[in-house]
Design a protein around this ligand. Structure first.
Ligand code: S3P
Length: 438
């Protein structure tokens, strides 16, 4: 194909899946391991680290602030923490690439430092809202400037932070985490109240580092001044990456498809609940723990899916999985309605618009709404999709090809490396062949 921006994929229809796949490490947990390991006292050993562009942006930012980080083997990282007050001013702006988590959590970290720093990102991240994190941090006493609400973000050091009791207007684990991290540097207690459950990896991991974090009835709180102690962490596989294989298996697994070592933290398993509501044959086996996080193997078989009204309370628990859930809906019998998901409009792309346009391009009756989508399930045709440089849009449409009537070509796929390096290789191993074109 000519004229495509960067690499693109062609996925032929009709494949059947089966076998086993092990998913790379969780992105949210890998970011946090670098941030917390960096400000801990002593050494933190991390296994299962996600070596994706997003998490490497966080790793490099910590290095740029004086933390020694070794990578002795694949997925293994050793962080030599510099202690709570040991970070140094970076020589240049910290480049967070495509990673919203890296930027918003770093705002919380930088708010408590003695030096100034600037956070920048790629064109996608540079369009995303940062005031949602800046506002509560300013309330704590931080000095932060955004650029019309977006990156670049300038954080000034030397502020005296004080605790807040913040009511989260938007359900966001990134904002919750930024506040709690700043709270480590604040006087008194810092608390965040949430009205919808969001992922709790920060609360769990801070505890693993020895921080006393109190969580009760939707309120997470910690006292400032606590120190983190280096520890050993095992990062489970990312359920957000597993989601592509869950839907692929539900659509096309003739033999059982087993996805090994997936994090099943209850604040992340909305995708499992929603697929089960749709009639997916999906089992958790070998349930166990990896440190502070629950883990299981997921077993999925092909089944006839039906359209559902997705319960609103499940939306924050599956927020990153909607691109591929929309593909499941396109292949289900009947109508699927998603509401309360306006956050999808401010992810790596406007995922409501990107998915609705892409689904329509392959002949699906998909109606975008302000806060979700209405999809009449049925069959998909082939066609050409603009992923808008969004990793999850690209992978979702690779899955869509399984039941399409003609090949699907997906443009602008380089950013798959931000969350799921090796996706095409792993997909190929279980039967989903993706032709990669430079
Ligand atoms: C994340 C929180 C979510 C999620 C993102 C990772 C995190 O974002 O979409 O991929 O690691 O805390 P929001 O906090 O913006 O909902």
């Amino acid at each position: 194909m000519s004229g495509a921006a960067g690499p693109w994929w062609r996925v032929a229809p009709g494949a059947t899946l089966g076998g086993e796949v092990a998913i790379p490490g969780d992105k949210s947990i890998s970011h946090r391991a670098m941030l917390f390991g960096g400000i801990a006292d002593g050494r933190t050993e991390v296994d299962g680290f996600l070596e994706s562009e997003d998490c490497l942006a966080t790793l490099n930012a910590m290095r740029a602030m004086g933390v020694t980080i070794e990578r002795p083997a694949p997925q293994r990282v050793v962080v030599h923490g510099v202690g709570r007050d040991g970070l140094r001013a970076p020589a240049a702006p910290l480049d967070m690439g495509n990673a919203g988590t890296a930027m918003r959590l770093s705002m919380g970290l930088l708010a408590g430092q003695s030096f100034n720093a600037t956070l920048v990102g790629d064109p996608s991240l540079s369009r995303r809202p940062m005031e949602r994190a800046a506002k509560p941090l300013r309330e704590m006493g931080a000095r932060i400037e955004t650029t019309d609400g977006r990156p670049p973000v300038r954080v000034y050091g030397g502020a005296e932070l004080h605790g807040v009791d913040w009511d989260l207007a938007v359900p966001s684990a990134q904002v919750k985490s930024a506040i709690l991290i700043a709270g480590l540097y604040a006087d008194g207690e810092t608390a965040v109240r949430e009205h919808a459950v969001t992922r709790d990896h920060t609360e769990r991991m801070l505890r693993a580092f020895g921080v006393d974090v109190q969580v009760r009835e939707g309120r997470a709180a910690l006292r400032g001044g606590q120190r983190l102690q280096g520890c050993r962490l095992t990062v489970p596989g990312d359920i957000s990456s597993a989601a592509f294989f869950l839907v692929a298996g539900a659509l096309a697994a003739r033999e059982p498809l087993v996805i090994r070592n997936v994090g099943v933290n209850p604040t992340r398993t909305g995708v499992i609940d929603i697929l089960r509501l749709m009639g997916a044959d999906l089992r958790l086996v070998n349930e166990r723990r990896a440190g502070d996080e629950p883990v299981a193997d997921l077993e999925v078989r092909r089944s006839e899916l039906r359209g559902v009204e997705v319960p609103r309370e499940l939306v924050p628990l599956a927020i990153d999985e909607f691109p591929v859930l929309f593909v499941a809906a396109a292949n289900a019998r009947g109508r699927t309605v998603v509401t309360g998901a306006e956050e999808l409009r401010v992810k790596e792309s406007d995922r409501i618009a990107a998915m609705a346009d892409g689904l329509r391009a392959i002949g699906v009756n998909a109606e975008p709404t302000l806060d979700g989508m209405v999809i009449e399930g049925g069959s998909c045709g082939g066609g050409r999709i603009d992923s808008r440089g969004d990793h999850r849009i690209a992978m979702a449409f690779a899955v869509a090809a399984l039941r399409a009537s003609a090949p699907i070509e997906i443009l602008d796929v380089a950013n798959v490396a931000t969350s799921f390096p090796g996706f095409t290789t792993l997909a190929g191993r279980v039967g989903l062949g993706v032709e990669v074109h430079a």
